[in-house]
Structures are given as structure tokens and as C-alpha cells.
Design a protein around this ligand. Sequence first.
Ligand code: SAM
Ligand code: SF4
Length: 324
Amino acid sequence: MLQDAYGRFFEYLRLSITEVCNFSCTYCLPDGYRKTVGPGFLRIDEITRLARAFADLGTWKIRITGGEPSVRKDFTQIIEALANTPGVRRLATTTNGYRLYQNAQKWRDAGLQAINVSVDSFQPDVFHRVTGHDRLDEVKAGIEACLNADYDAVKINAVLLKGINDQDLDLFLDYVKNRPVSMRFIELMRTGDNVDYFDRYHVPASVVSNALEQQGWVRKTREQGAGPAVEYIHADYAGSIGLIAPYSKDFCKSCNRLRVSALGKLHLCLFTELGMDLRPFLQADDQQEELKLFLGKSLQSKAVSHFLDEGVTGGNHRFADIGG
Ligand code: SAM
Ligand code: SF4
């Protein structure tokens, strides 16, 4: 089992498969993705070996992320390979919803069980301004396609942005009124590249939790293996609300996730270090024991907290590199 020096178990892997993205969200890739020279992203055989080792060590939930994971031509094959890894019981992805409408059923059939779709605004012009793309209708059609394809969980991610979407709670709530969707608000996080942006647009998630409590929403108890969101439910709504508040006092206490970047680096935390190279251990099937030993040993250096409140951004320049 993967356990750190503070007694936390790690059963959840966030695996980035590409740094490439076709959107240019203002808080993540404001100038769009720029190709750099260097090694390619993890190949499917490397991904398969990685997942096998993690699953042997007790990881049962994997989220495929990026960049935009669906820009990879072999995305469906990656889903299949991960879904067929013994021990993996929950396979999820996070996507900007680009071409989701066309692919929702295909990915579900390949073994994807849960999906998070990023929608920072339900106002088409605001969506356009934040992502650089006038595609809100397409993305919404993609979410409906996921609901029709019978995913176990459909969630929507919105990064809370002061003066951009923080006054639109009613629009977000309307969307989940009759849909069994979890709407999650993520506090904007400071990265190496967005320091000025952060100062201008960061707004605490307590703005939303206070408003929800006033409207009769009730906090739900945390489920095993759940992500970092605090969940709220309401008897009049088919959907639920989740708040992800990384600057809150106890955020790191329930940490149960590790990250591997598209370049095969293990990140013990989204923020605190530069990543440890796993690729040398991913080149042949007979390296599994070596890889598992390395993972177990590396985990012992995981820090107790991300120290974000002290202004630390570590090696994380932007989320598109490591995956959110
Ligand atoms: N491209 C996909 C997408 O946007 O859903 C997956 C990768 S994206 C990096 C994963 C999540 O991280 C998205 O919901 C995005 O909004 C969020 N994100 C990116 N940069 C962020 C930041 N600085 N603070 C908080 N969330 C961020
Ligand atoms: Fe792309 Fe996702 Fe970053 Fe937006 S948040 S630029 S969609 S990787």
C-alpha cells in the first residue's frame, strides 16, 4: 500500500497524458499551448505499466487529465488500457468538453465511468472570454450526451473568478436543478505563471458556501476515495454542489492523491516540488518491482502541506503541465 510518513493512504492517481491543449483559458494557458522541444508524452505501453504498478500498490481510482486529454489520437485506447488494468475500479477524466458530444458514448463503451467537464460560465460570451472559444453550446450538448450515455458520475468544474463568474451562482444552480450533475467550484490557485492574475481574480470558496447555506443547502459526509471537494445537497435539486478550497486550513489532511505528469514525473503534490522521473522504470515489463519500490520510497518525502498560504507555487508553472 502507498502510505506516507503522516499516515495518509494514496488510492487515487491523477495521470496527465498530454500538455497540449486547444483552449486558452485565461488562468491556465492565456497564450495557448506552445510546442516545446523535448521528450514526447507517455506512450500507451508506459501508461499501462505505470497503472499496473500503482494498482498493485492499492490505487483503485485513476483520473486521466492534461492539458486536454482528448486531443490525443489514442485517447480511446488509453481509456481501454486503464479500464482493463486489474485493481482499477474507477476510471475518470477531466475535459474541456471539446468534441465530447461526438465521443461521450464511445469513451463510456471503452470503460470510462466518470467525467468532469470544465464550464467556467453558462453565459456564452463569458465562456468565450475565459476559454478563448465560442463553444458553450457544443460543450453543453456534450454534457447531455454523457447523461444519456449513463456515466456513473457527471461533474462540472468551474474556477471561481472574481467579477467574472462569482455573481452567477443562480445560473449554475439552475443548471443542476433537474440534472443529476455535481457542480464544483474550484478556488483559483496561484501558479508560477499566474501570480498577477491570481491577485486580481482570486475569490475564496466561502463566498459560495455562505450563499449555499443561506439557501438551505446541507453539507454531505465525505465518501471513501473521494476527491478534495466538500459536497452540498438540497432536497429541491437533482444535482449537488462541490467546493474545492485548497487554501482552507485542513485541505491537505485528507490528501489521497498522487500525480504523474505527461512526461512521466511523479508529483507528490501539485505545488511543492519539481517531480521525480519514473520513465526509466517504465521501459520493460520486468521493471515493475523496481518501479513499485521507487514509488514507495519516494512517498516518504511527501510534505505535510502544500504551503500555498505561504505563497509557494513550487515547480507548477500552470496546470496544463501537471494536470489539475
Ligand atoms: N483541459 C481539461 C479541462 O480544462 O478540464 C483538463 C485539464 S485542466 C488543467 C483541469 C482543471 O484544472 C480544469 O477544471 C481547470 O479549470 C482547472 N484549473 C486550471 N488552472 C487552474 C488554476 N490556476 N486554479 C484552479 N483550477 C485550475
Ligand atoms: Fe486547456 Fe484545461 Fe488549461 Fe483550459 S484549463 S487551458 S482547457 S488545460
